[in-house]
Write a protein that binds this ligand. Structure first.
Ligand code: PEP
Length: 277
C-alpha cells in the first residue's frame, strides 16, 4: 500500500500480538449521521493533538463532511468513510463508490457496521464485496462483526461472529488492508459493555478464526473492540490482550473524549513510535 495510506495501518507494538509481528493500536471514530460544518472544529482539535499521541487515529465523519474533514485535518489525521458501494460506478442513486471516497481524500472505510446490516439489510456477501472494492483502490477496510443480544442469550455469539468473519472478509486481506472490529450489537450506544472474560473469549475466537483462514496475515490483523467505549472504561478495555484498539461511536464526536480514549490506548497498548505521519 502506498505510503500515503500508512496512516491507518500500523506496525503494532503489542507484545501479545501475532508471533513476530508488532501491533500498533488504532482508535477509530465513527461519527455516524452526526455533524455539519461546525463539527470540523473537532477534527481540527484531534489533528492538532495527534502528533503527541502514541497510537494510530482515524475519524470517519459522514460523507458530506469527508472532503472538508480531510482539508481540516491538514494531513495530520487520516479521515475515513462509513460505507461504500461494491461497484465502481453505475446507476446506484445515493450510493458512493470506493474510488469516489479515495477521490475525496479518504484513507479507510468502515464496512458491515451493524447499523448497515440491520437497517439496510446488508448481507455478509455484500459486505465482502464492499470490502473487496475498497481494498482494490487502496482503502483500509474496517470490517465490523458482532452478535445481537438475543444471539448471545442463545449462546450463538461465536457461531454468528464466525459466520460473519468467513462471509465478510475478502480472500487475500492482510493486516495492511484490513482491520476487524468486534462490536456486540447490544453494546453499541447502550452504555453496556461485555465483561472482561466475554471480550477475551471473543477476541481469542476471532484471532483463531483469522489465523485458520488467512494464516500469518490473519494472525497479524488488528482486532478492535467497539461498543460504548468511553474515557472512563478505555484503559480497562484497551489493556486486554488482543484488543488492538477501539471503534468509537458517541465518544468520538467530541475531540476531548476521543483523545482521552486515544491516550489510554497509547498507554495501555503501544510502546513504539507513532506510524501515522
Ligand atoms: C459504533 O457504532 O461503532 C459504536 C461503537 O458506537 P458507541 O461507541 O456509541 O457504542
Amino acid at each position: 500500500m502506498a505510503a500515503r495510506r500508512t496512516g491507518v495501518k500500523g506496525s503494532c507494538s503489542r507484545p501479545d500480538a501475532a508471533k513476530g509481528g508488532e501491533m500498533r493500536a488504532l482508535i477509530a471514530g465513527n461519527w455516524k449521521m452526526h455533524g455539519t460544518g461546525q463539527a470540523l472544529e473537532e477534527v481540527r482539535k484531534v489533528a492538532d493533538a495527534a502528533a503527541a499521541i502514541d497510537c494510530d487515529l482515524l475519524l470517519c465523519p459522514p460523507a458530506t463532511l469527508l472532503h472538508r474533514a480531510v482539508e481540516a485535518s491538514g494531513g495530520r489525521l487520516p479521515i475515513g468513510a462509513q460505507d461504500c458501494h461494491w461497484e465502481r460506478s453505475g446507476a446506484f442513486t445515493g450510493d458512493i463508490s470506493a474510488e469516489m471516497l479515495v477521490d475525496a481524500g479518504a484513507r479507510a472505510v468502515i464496512v458491515g457496521h451493524s447499523e448497515r446490516r440491520l437497517y439496510h439489510a446488508e448481507s455478509d456477501q455484500q459486505v465482502e464485496a464492499k470490502a473487496r472494492a475498497a481494498q482494490a483502490v487502496g482503502l483500509v477496510t474496517i470490517i465490523c462483526v458482532g452478535e445481537s443480544e438475543a444471539e448471545r442469550a442463545a449462546g450463538q455469539e461465536m457461531a454468528v461472529v464466525g459466520r460473519q468473519l468467513s462471509g465478510s472478509i475478502p480472500e487475500g486481506s492482510s493486516a495492511q488492508t484490513c482491520v476487524v472490529a468486534y462490536e456486540p450489537v447490544w453494546a453499541i450506544g447502550s452504555g453496556r459493555t461485555p465483561t472482561r472474560e466475554e471480550i477475551l473469549a471473543m477476541h481469542g475466537f476471532i484471532r483463531t478464526s483469522l489465523g485458520r483462514r488467512l494464516g500469518g496475515a490473519g494472525q497479524a490483523m488488528r482486532i478492535l473492540y467497539g461498543g460504548s467505549v468511553k474515557p472512563a472504561n478505555a484503559a480497562q478495555i484497551l489493556g486486554l490482550p488482543d484488543v488492538a484498539g477501539a471503534l468509537v461511536g458517541g465518544a468520538s464526536l467530541k475531540a476531548d473524549e476521543f483523545l482521552a480514549i486515544a491516550r489510554a490506548a497509547g498507554q495501555e497498548i503501544n510502546h513504539g513510535k507513532p506510524t501515522l505521519r
